[in-house]
Ligand binder design. Structure first.
Ligand code: F6R
Length: 616
């Protein structure tokens, strides 16, 4: 949700900023812009549409050399995605250029105040950002530096924001501020960077600084100064980024999403690494909750959005089965508005790949005001959600660039299983050897995913044969139900098709009316070990087939009872029913990626979406 880059150093700022924007474009691609400080003036370029449009504009009208600059790639909130609303926004005297991620909630009031003060301060865009640019410039008129101006402006703003600004009169610094919106500092040798995430500067440095809430940071060639909004000195947390540039490149794949699907065996293996002690006990390093605190928990509420929510649905089956602790799963955006019943004995588990999703962040803040403990399952070191949680389990998927989550989802599932098993260990609801057996089954999953990926070509063929289909249904039962929902979400967001996931048993209560002759219905068949479940799923498949559906069944190898009812059979490796989502979702990811690609869509940057959703 908007990518931001800032740079001060000896290199050409334009190159550094554009490279950074390229790596952050997954965060938003409604427009892009850049501002440089050149000879006491701001030089800028901005264009609606993808970054390529900005690059073309700069190629047609090159910008002068400069060593201080900022850039932005936008996911529109206030104002249409056009050239005027694109960032950077300039102050009335063109002294300040500003880029922004987030929403300034009191912008209308601030705007009215500015417009009432003078006609000359006329605002040209529909954005909330331009208001902050004007306020900064008004502050600079009172002979203070940009850092102090930023502090004074921030105390007037409500909402969530990252602001990054340059002052035409001071090329030595870039000044930024953050509240509930992401920003990290990159520490180079004689150069300093700002980025919405480390991908912005990973090519230049892997030393990063995590910032806290309500802080203003000034970067210069020699380093960083951090204060709160009132000028009190603050410190950032320094960390080393343990992935490199190649992890953020496509490595021969046509889409980041496809590359990330194929990385899943590695991502799952990495997320399992180091989780067992020499004695065979499970350990979760960053748990930070004592065994007693975990034993006191009598209810778990999982909160998450989108794909992460479906990981939470799978987690419910696993946690309740292994620990007998009741679990509720709730969409973050609904949680705090329904007056939920949570207290000190409730564990709230927040699942978020990015660690920045505003709905989930606000939900955990609410949970903590109710005294409940919050545990984050997150893929992004240095992000806000783990920082504001009592405990964290980091997934080790590496950077996820494709807007549609794939390896993020699988590694979230792994973290959820580990959490469930760890709770079972601490609470004593399962024997040690049972836990070890499941951990060993998990350790076998990367090889199983490899075998699913080996038959990708047949899934691609199926996907290509379905170009032109108007609608696809997905059905599953038990842990296969969230897999069906996730499969449908992938197809909606990438192929822009009507796709819906249902619990197979619900079909007969209404949705079966949707089934028409030839309609593809993807059926996630549970393993045969659970006979009742398997039988009921077969009945559901026969019901849709009897009404003309083209059944595409995902069933474990050797399941000869499914074959007679499957128009297309995709075989899955044999794994226990609770772990089946880890292998069953992979063909659905491949299917959506290929179908969207065959339809000519941009798989990595689907329309209207952004990778991390930092507005509520
Ligand atoms: C779908 C997708 C989204 C995210 C959701 C939550 O492919 O990626 O539905 O899962 O926006 O994002 P995080 O996990 O970053 O909180």
């Amino acid at each position: 949700m908007c990518g931001i880059v800032g740079y001060v150093g000896p290199r050409q700022a334009q190159d550094v900023v554009l490279d950074g924007l390229r790596r952050l474009e997954y965060r938003g691609y409604d427009s892009a812009g850049i501002a440089l400080v050149v000879d006491d003036a701001i030089v800028f370029a901005k264009k609606a549409g993808k970054l390529a449009n900005l690059e073309k504009a700069i190629a047609d009208a090159p910008l002068p050399p400069a060593t201080t600059g900022i850039g932005h790639t936008r996911w529109a909130t206030h104002g249409a995605p056009n050239d005027v609303n694109a960032h950077p926004h300039l102050g009335f005297g063109r002294r300040v250029a500003l880029v922004h991620n987030g929403i300034i909630e009191n912008f209308a009031e601030l705007r009215a105040r500015i417009e009432a003060d003078s006609d000359e301060l006329g605002l040209v865009s529909e954005t909330d950002t331009e208001v902050a640019a004007q306020l900064l410039e008004l502050q600079l008129a009172s002979d203070i530096d940009l850092t102090e101006a930023m502090r004074r402006v921030c105390t007037q703003l409500e909402g969530a924001f990252t602001l990054v600004a340059v002052d035409a009169h001071d090329p030595s610094r870039v000044v930024a501020a953050r509240r509930s919106s992401p920003l990290v500092v990159g520490l180079g040798d004689g150069e300093t960077f700002l980025g919405s995430d480390v991908a912005a500067f990973i090519e230049h440095t892997r030393e990063a600084l995590e910032l806290g809430q309500d802080q203003v940071v000034t970067i210069t060639r020699s380093g960083v100064e951090i204060t709160d909004f009132h000028g009190n000195p603050q410190e950032g947390r320094r960390y080393h980024v343990d992935w490199d540039l190649s992890a953020a490149e496509k490595e021969g794949h046509d889409w980041f999403m496809r590359k990330e699907i194929f990385e899943q065996p590695r991502a799952v293996a990495d997320s399992l690494l180091g989780r067992r002690t020499a004695e065979g006990l499970l350990q979760l390093d960053e748990m930070r909750l004592s065994d007693q605190e975990l034993r006191d928990i009598d209810k778990i509420i999982i909160i998450a959005c989108g794909t992460s929510f479906y990981a939470g649905m799978v987690a419910k089956y696993a946690i309740e089965h292994w620990t007998r602790v009741p679990v509720e799963v709730e969409l973050s955006s609904e949680f705090r508005y329904r007056d939920p019943i949570v207290d000190y004995s409730t564990l709230v588990v927040a699942i978020s790949q990015s660690g920045e999703t505003a709905d989930t962040l606000q939900a955990i803040r609410h949970a903590r005001t109710q005294r409940s403990k919050v545990l984050a399952i997150c893929n992004t070191n240095g992000s806000t959600i783990p920082r504001e949680s009592d405990a964290v389990i980091y997934t080790h998927a590496g950077p996820e660039i494709g807007v549609a989550s794939t390896k993020g989802f699988l590694t979230q599932l792994v973290a959820c299983y580990l959490l469930a098993l760890y709770l079972a260990q601490v609470k004593g609801t399962r024997f040690g050897d049972e836990i070890t057996e499941v951990v060993m089954q998990l350790e076998a999953i990367p090889a199983h995913i490899e075998s699913v990926l080996d038959s990708a070509e047949s899934v691609y063929e199926l996907a290509r044969s379905l170009v032109g289909t108007p609608s696809v249904l997905y059905v599953g039962r038990h842990a296969g139900y969230p897999v069906a929902l996730e499969g449908a979400l992938k197809l909606k967001e990438l192929a822009y098709l009507h796709a819906e996931g249902f619990a197979a048993g619900e079909l007969k209560h209404g949705p079966i009316a949707l089934v028409e002759d030839g309609m593809p219905v993807l059926c996630v068949v549970p393993p045969r070990g659970r006979d009742q479940l398997h039988d009921k799923m077969l009945s559901g498949i026969q019901e849709v087939r009897a009404r003309g559906a083209r059944t595409i069944c995902l069933a474990e190898e050797g399941d000869d009872r499914v074959a007679p009812y499957a128009d297309v059979l995709i075989t899955l490796p044999r794994v226990p029913v609770l772990l089946q989502p880890l292998v069953a979702v992979v063909p659905l990811q491949l299917f959506a990626c290929e179908l969207a690609s065959a339809m000519g869509h941009d798989v990595d940057q689907p329309r209207n979406l952004a990778k991390s959703v930092t507005v509520e």
